[in-house]
Design a protein around this ligand. Sequence first.
Ligand code: SF4
Ligand code: SF4
Length: 310
Amino acid sequence: MDGNIIDIKRFTIHDGDGIRSTLFLKGCALRCAWCHNPEGVENSVDLWYFPRQCIRCRACLEACPENALHADEEGETFIWINRQRCTKCGRCVQACPTAALSFDGRRLSSDEAVATLLRDKPFYDESGGGVTISGGDPLVQSAFALEILRRCKEAGVHTAIETCLQGPWETVEEFLPATDLFIVDLKLADSGQHREYTGQGNELIRENYGKLAVQARRLGRDLLTRIPMIPRVTATRENVGAIARFVREHNPGGRVELINFNPLAESKYLLMNRDEGFFQNMAPLGAPELEIFYGMLEAEVLEAVREHRL
Ligand code: SF4
Ligand code: SF4
């Protein structure tokens, strides 16, 4: 079976316990305004052009067998891609001397993915680590993700997924036998705001979270809840307090981690030629401010996880 991936990162330490390898899949049901992996939103491998890296050498134009590229001699953007004509053959990417053209992911077989992920098993064993499937969201390419998780688990490796739970419960449920740790992002407690900033209301996520918490307890699976701290959006007392009460109700005593705002995402958006306006004047929260929010979690008798910043 093949799937669309962004990348596999080895020796990660932020996506679960110990030393891990993280497979980033393409495709997500949400469209978060602050997404730190914008190349993971669509479940397709796309060709990107980065004008700032282009030296206008024309090598790509000569390499393309489909006549899918044209040059605008006068414009700020030199190369334009006709996506109807492009067959994603990759010849322009190979021809470009400055990586101004590149794909935002690749097709990979589950055999290749498992072979790469199991390569570092001795390190997982030594450190209490394992394999994490992130994205995007693993629920989108669930059959591909599940095959990989099952085979890793059969090999004795700890498995985790990072998900927003925006998908049918039947799909979430399928992950229970193959997943040791569910890392679940809860973003906004108010459904209207959730829709405004992610494109979807949060009713399905809330329902799935409640069901997952019950099943995780029953089957002995771990559940780590994460809240992204986006200044003025999710990082408000009202929102963190409401999420903390929700988690206490469904997953009493559960572990909750706050993920501080990541300014690196802005440069990624710039590189991808997308609108970065959302990030203007945003900065990561300072330690005292974060502590106030952690205190709100602890006030609901939740276990606050203070480990790192993504
Ligand atoms: S990927 Fe292939 S078809 Fe598409 S623009 Fe590049 S060379 Fe042309
Ligand atoms: S090959 Fe690369 S650097 Fe040269 S014109 Fe094309 S995109 Fe620009």
